[in-house]
Design a protein around this ligand. Structure first.
Ligand code: ZN
Length: 195
């Protein structure tokens, strides 16, 4: 194993935390690279318990390896404000979806699509970086078009608020999660506080 960031060899990798996960079927290890000081996570599990095969673009077949998704995400989110836990969670979600929708083989393009779709909601810059690798844009125009799609989607999804839909406040008079410091706008009906 090598550091996914600087490719230092295993002598530079130190385990800083180790714990059972997936109902004791796997061991999660948090590692630190002594060379570049970055941290990453590895999973060790019994071979054969996972039977999905990944079909690469050139037709080669390799066993499913969630760590490869995490490594790709780590590269895409380098120096971006995305916590490692969010990447692990994203990789787990994609794994669950792949295993639920495929019973033998899954093409890398499809995994890439699932990852990209989730990453777009997490961090737009990381999404464009990731998409530029997995979709292999041939021209700068294609890359710009992908970035523009992200910007357009953002107007609807409001990722800064961490939710997909803005509640239409005023329809039923109850606004959700109104911040305490928010200026009261309009007269939403609220139940008396000290009743
Ligand atoms: Zn390193």
């Amino acid at each position: 194993m090598r550091c996914p960031f600087c490719h230092a060899d295993k002598d530079s990798l130190k385990v800083i935390d180790s714990r059972a996960c997936d109902g004791d079927r796997a061991i999660r290890r948090r590692r630190e690279c002594l060379n570049c000081k970055k941290r990453f996570t590895t999973y060790e599990r019994v071979e054969g318990s996972i039977k999905l095969t990944v079909v690469k673009a050139d037709g080669r077949r390799v066993p499913w390896d969630r760590q490869k998704i995490v490594a790709g995400l780590s590269r895409a989110t380098f120096k971006r404000p995305v916590p490692d836990e969010a990447l692990q969670r994203l990789a787990e979600e994609v794994e669950e979806e792949c295993f639920a929708s495929h019973d033998r083989e899954v093409p890398t393009a499809e995994i890439g699509r699932m990852v990209a779709e989730r990453l777009r909601r997490l961090d737009q810059v990381a999404y464009v970086r990731f998409a530029s690798v997995y979709r292999q844009f041939n021209t700068l125009d294609e890359l710009i078009e992908a970035a523009q799609n992200v910007i357009d989607a953002r107007r609807f999804e409001d990722p800064g608020q961490g939710r997909l839909f803005i509640d239409p406040a005023g329809i039923n008079g109850v606004a959700s999660e109104t911040p305490p410091a928010a200026k009261p706008r309009g007269k939403a009906k609220r139940p008396p506080a000290d009743d």
